[in-house]
Design a protein around this ligand. Structure first.
Ligand SMILES: [Cu+2]
Length: 381
């Protein structure tokens, strides 16, 4: 029942907050946290996108299946390096750098899903991961993505789930948080013991478990992508993406990936969300003058919203079955969870703060809207 309430909330909110989007242009680029962006008095550009100041050499983010064997190994070795580096930030229950990156997803999960900040937040999270691989583990490449439409309906035979050159295959047997949840037993991450999850739980070591579902993975197929990319504004685009292709990847791989709170405990998470970021950027690029700084949506998910009206369009939403899912207690939002910061009201704005808990410097949404700007500097090839 985890993704469902999120989607319920999204669709209802999308219907009720259209005026917000209409008000979003012309926008003001708010001040950044560290002085990189123009101050609040500078209007965001209409017309051609701003000329990047510092972004000269863009990292080229490529699809996993296009990488050479050697490149795949370099990426996986760098991920293993993050898993072996001790944690230093004092984030609860984290033992290594990989878990610190997981922690910045687990701790604020309640205010980063089913809300307007969903896509900018995950964009910065992917950047944090890419930066850690490069700056701390000697990785020379860019963060790769999973070209999911290519494998939709057949994740089980994908290059990503390859036991030799990929991330290992499906889970088998038991070992996950519930009976029948299979740990992965092949590939480079078979022996990884994760101190975070399920859900908000911390400090109960668990394996990477998977439960591939190639019915749900169909929601990552091209028709769903096309449906979302046809949406006219962020307020319609983001819920479409979160409800369909987003669920396709999480529910298609299943297990730890299906856990909306602790899912970065499966390294496939980063390939999945980088693909979603690619779709976000492609949608922005279809009309940059209008979309480069288009942001809206609620700051908190609405748990009391009515049942979902199918969106995207006429395509059916396929939800994973949750019969093999961690106990519901794991998903109770802990008291003292972070609250949204930076906006003047309950609507997500460019001043919204994306808190990276010290793993990398936090940033505002304004700073991550342009992937070829001052803070972010990459492209999808
Ligand atoms: Cu997430």
């Amino acid at each position: 029942m985890l993704f469902r309430p999120t989607v319920i909330g999204l669709v209802a909110l999308a219907a009720s907050a259209v005026t917000v989007s209409a008000l979003s242009l012309p926008v003001q680029v708010p001040g950044s946290l560290d002085g990189r962006s123009p101050g609040p008095a500078v209007a965001a550009p209409r017309g051609p996108p701003p000329k990047p100041k510092k972004c000269k050499k863009k990292l080229k983010r490529k699809a996993w299946h296009t990488l050479k064997k050697k490149e795949k190994k370099e990426y996986i070795d760098a991920e293993l390096c993050l898993m072996s580096k001790p944690a230093t930030l004092g984030l609860p229950a984290t033992a290594n750098r990989f878990e610190e990156l997981q922690s910045i997803h687990q701790i604020p999960a309640f205010i980063t899903h089913g809300v307007g900040a969903f896509l900018p937040y995950h964009r910065l999270h992917m950047h944090a991961h890419e930066r850690a691989l490069r700056e701390e583990c000697g990785y020379k490449g860019a963060q790769p993505y999973w070209d999911e439409p290519r494998d939709a309906g057949d994740f089980i035979n994908s290059d990503v789930l390859d036991p030799v050159t990929g991330f290992g295959g499906n889970g088998t047997g038991n070992g996950g948080p519930q009976p029948g949840m299979g740990c992965i037993h092949d590939g480079p991450f078979a022996n990884f013991s994760n101190n975070l999850g399920p859900g908000y739980f911390q400090g109960t070591p668990n394996c990477i478990y998977r439960f591939v579902n190639d019915t749900v993975s169909l929601m990552s197929s091209q028709p769903y992508v096309d449906e979302c990319k046809a949406k006219p504004n962020y307020l319609k685009f983001w819920p479409c993406l979160e409800a369909a292709p987003h669920v396709g990847g999480h529910g298609g791989v299943g297990g730890k990936m299906l856990d909306p709170i602790a899912s970065p405990g499966d390294p496939i998470f980063y390939l999945h969300h980088t693909w979603l970021d690619k779709l976000f950027w492609e949608w922005q690029a279809l009309d940059l003058p209008a979309r480069l700084y288009d942001i809206s949506g609620p700051n908190l998910p609405d748990p009391f919203a009515p049942p979902p009206t199918p969106d995207p369009g006429s395509l059916p939403l396929i939800f994973p079955t949750f019969d093999k899912f961690p106990p519901p207690e794991a998903f109770v939002v802990p008291p003292g969870s972070p609250q949204p910061q930076g906006d003047p009201g309950n609507v997500t704005t460019l001043s919204h703060v994306l808190d990276m808990l010290g793993v990398i410097p936090s940033a505002t949404i304004a700073e991550v809207m342009n992937i070829g700007g001052d803070l972010l500097c990459y492209e999808y090839v």
